[in-house]
Design a binder for this molecule. Structure first.
Ligand SMILES: [Zn+2]
Length: 284
C-alpha cells in the first residue's frame, strides 16, 4: 500500500499487512489533523477495542504543519514538529488498538484545493478498500477551513464509489464548533462513556498540542460531559459523556443533494424552532 505524498505514514499497531488491515475496517474516521480522530471518533475506537470482529482505521489527511509550539517544543523546526505529531498519532493508534493508522501528510493548502489529484487518489484508495459500516468525518458546519475541506473531499470520494460499495452510515461529528445547536431530532448521539479509562489518555498523548497552550484534553472531556447532561432537561442523565453528530448518510445516498443546501437546512430548522418557541410563549 502506497499513498501519493512521500511523507505519508502507515502503521499497523498489531503488526501485519496494511492492505489486509484496511480491508478488515468496520469503523473508519477520516480527519484533518493529528488528534482530530480522538476527538470525533472515540465511540468508534471504543466499539472496536479488543474486538476480533471489528477493526478501526484512522486516516489523518494533513501533515500537521504550522501548529503552535511553546515550552519544550519552542525551538523545534516545522519539520521536527511534524515528526513529533506523526509519532503522537502512532502512539494514539497503539493505545486505542486501531487496526490501521494512515497519515497522508498533505499540506493543508492542497486539501483545501478542490480536485487536488493526490488527495483525491489517496481518499479513493482508502474508501475503495476499506468497506466500513460507519464513517466518522468532520461536520459541514465546523468553523475550521481544513476540517470542512477534509469533510468535502471525503464526501466527494464516497460519491465516486459505486452505490453498492458505499458505507452504510456516515456521520459528521463536532470538533471546531459544537453541534449543541442542532435540533434534538437532528442529533446523532455518540456515547463516549464506554471506555472512560481510554478517553483521557488517548488525548493526553498529543502533548505537543497541549504544551502549545491548547488544553484539548480538558476541553473535550468538558464538552462530552456537558452534552450528556444537557441532552434532556426532564430526565436524569443516562449518559456520562457524549459527542453530537450530524447524520450525513443522505449525502452519500443521493448524489444530487447539494452539500450546502443539506447543511443550511439544519440551520433553518434551528431558526424555525427559535421563532416558533418565542411566538408560542408570547401568545402569538
Ligand atoms: Zn483539527
Amino acid at each position: 500500500m502506497k499513498f501519493s505524498h512521500p511523507a505519508s505514514d502507515i502503521t499497523v499497531p498489531a503488526g501485519g499487512d496494511p492492505a489486509a488491515a484496511l480491508a478488515r475496517t468496520t469503523h473508519l474516521s477520516v480527519a484533518a489533523h493529528q488528534d482530530d480522530i480522538e476527538v470525533i471518533a472515540l465511540s468508534g475506537i471504543a466499539a472496536c477495542y479488543g474486538r476480533a470482529d471489528r477493526s478501526f482505521t484512522g486516516v489523518v489527511v494533513t501533515n500537521g504543519a504550522g501548529s503552535s509550539r511553546t515550552g519544550p517544543y519552542a525551538a523545534f523546526t516545522d519539520e521536527q514538529m511534524q515528526e513529533v505529531r506523526r509519532e503522537e498519532q502512532r502512539k494514539a493508534a497503539a493505545l486505542g488498538k486501531y487496526g490501521l493508522q494512515v497519515q497522508l501528510a498533505h499540506p493543508s493548502a492542497d486539501v483545501k484545493k478542490p480536485g487536488h489529484p493526490g488527495v483525491a487518489a489517496d481518499l479513493d484508495a482508502v474508501f475503495a478498500a476499506a468497506r466500513p459500516e460507519v464513517v466518522y468525518l468532520h461536520n459541514p458546519a465546523d468553523k475550521h477551513d481544513t476540517h470542512v475541506a477534509v469533510f468535502l473531499r471525503s464526501i466527494e470520494a464516497i460519491r465516486r464509489l459505486p452505490r453498492a460499495r458505499r458505507p452504510l452510515r456516515v456521520l459528521g461529528c463536532e470538533g471546531w464548533r459544537n453541534l449543541d445547536w442542532l435540533l434534538d431530532s437532528d442529533k446523532v448521539v455518540l456515547d463516549d462513556g464506554a471506555m472512560p479509562g481510554l478517553a483521557g489518555p488517548i488525548l493526553a498523548v498529543f502533548d505537543s498540542q497541549i504544551a502549545g497552550g491548547k488544553r484539548y484534553d480538558l476541553a473535550v472531556a468538558g464538552r462530552r460531559a456537558a452534552n450528556a447532561t444537557f441532552l434532556n432537561s426532564h430526565q436524569s442523565d443516562t449518559l456520562t459523556a457524549a459527542t453530537w453528530a450530524m447524520d450525513l448518510t443522505p449525502l452519500v445516498e443521493d448524489d444530487g443533494l447539494s452539500v450546502e443546501e443539506f447543511a443550511i437546512a439544519h440551520v433553518e430548522r434551528l431558526r424555525a424552532d427559535v421563532a416558533a418557541r418565542l411566538a408560542r410563549l408570547s401568545g402569538r
